[in-house]
Structures are given as structure tokens and as C-alpha cells.
Design a protein around this ligand. Structure first.
Ligand code: S3P
Length: 171
């Protein structure tokens, strides 16, 4: 079994889809943001505030190298900027969770924990800048993806099932 790597913009639902994949398969899941937070023993928000984005990207690079070398048969959910790592394609089958910017923001705002979700993501602070970031990134996401899943208005369980059906070909 090759690793499955979920990529996509902040708030698109990588975490929720990962949890549904785990519920419907034998995969164990890890999350690059969680790995970084435990490595650093502090929250992503704090890392951005105290050290800046460049430092955070270095931590992602460290994680990316470790994933390539040491992690197998695993579902890897990533932070929205992790796709920039040079060795991404060597880590596993890349699955893009794709949705228009407006639909992603709607999804976050309708969540019962909307405020918390926005607060913990430094790059979502300014809506205009977040939209620009989305526009800058989208072609990169599409280019890297082995499989593209349109998640707009679909619940995580349906997305997870779609992914599990499609990855069989890549196993
Ligand atoms: C980031 C996305 C975040 C987190 C960090 C930076 C990004 O993860 O890694 O705040 O650059 O898009 P989520 O995609 O889980 O929000």
C-alpha cells in the first residue's frame, strides 16, 4: 500500500475526510500540522507569530523528508502549503481536495466552531489576501495531483469512499 497524501487549501476539509477514510479502511492517519505542533510543543499560530512563516516552512521540509524516508502504508493529511515541498510526489499518491474559494469559506463559516477554525489559521486572517493565496496556489495543486476530488457540497464520508475506490488503482 502506497501512502495517500491529502493536499488542498485551508478549510477544504482534509481533516474530516481523513477521519472518514480511517473509519472506512485499515489506514492509520497522521497530519503534518499535528506532527509539527508536537515537535515544537506549541500551536501553529504561535509558531507563525513568534518565528514567522519561513521557519514554519523549514519544519514542513523536515517533516517531508521524514515522511519520504520512514512512513509507509499511511494516510497523510497535510497543511495547505505543504504541497510546495520538493519531494511531495515521492511521499505517496497525491489526492487534491478541490473546491472554489467561496465554497470553502462558506464551509468554514457554517461550522459550529467557525471562529476557532479561523483563529488558528494565520493565513486566513485577511479574506482578500486569502483569496489571492488561493488563486496563486490552485494551479500548483492541480498540477501535482494524481487524483482530484471535487468536494463542493459533498459530505466527508462520500469523499472518503470516492478516494478509497480511486486509490486502489495506485496501490
Ligand atoms: C497553511 C495551512 C494550515 C497550516 C498553516 C499554513 C497554509 O493548515 O499548515 O497555518 O499555508 O495554507 P490547514 O490547511 O490544515 O489549515
Amino acid at each position: 500500500m502506497k501512502n495517500i497524501v491529502l493536499i488542498g487549501f485551508m478549510g477544504v476539509g482534509k481533516g474530516s475526510v481523513a477521519r472518514e477514510i480511517v473509519r472506512n479502511s485499515d489506514y492509520i492517519a497522521i497530519d503534518t500540522d499535528d506532527l509539527i505542533e508536537s515537535m515544537e510543543n506549541r500551536k501553529i499560530k504561535m509558531i507563525f507569530e513568534k518565528e514567522g512563516e519561513k521557519y514554519f516552512r523549514k519544519l514542513e521540509k523536515h517533516v517531508a523528508k521524514w515522511l519520504e524516508k520512514s512512513v509507509h502504508d499511511t494516510l497523510i493529511s497535510t497543511g495547505g502549503g505543504f504541497y510546495m515541498q520538493e519531494n511531495l510526489k515521492k511521499i505517496g499518491t497525491i489526492i487534491l481536495l478541490d473546491s472554489p474559494f467561496e465554497a470553502i469559506m462558506k464551509r468554514i463559516k457554517e461550522h459550529p466552531n467557525a471562529e476557532k477554525k479561523l483563529k488558528k489559521r494565520p493565513l486566513l486572517k485577511n479574506l482578500k489576501e486569502a483569496k489571492e493565496l488561493y488563486n496563486e496556489r490552485r494551479s500548483g495543486y492541480l498540477e501535482l495531483a494524481d487524483i482530484i476530488i471535487d468536494v463542493t457540497n459533498k459530505n466527508p464520508e462520500i469523499c472518503a469512499k470516492e478516494i478509497l475506490k480511486k486509490v486502489k488503482k495506485y496501490a
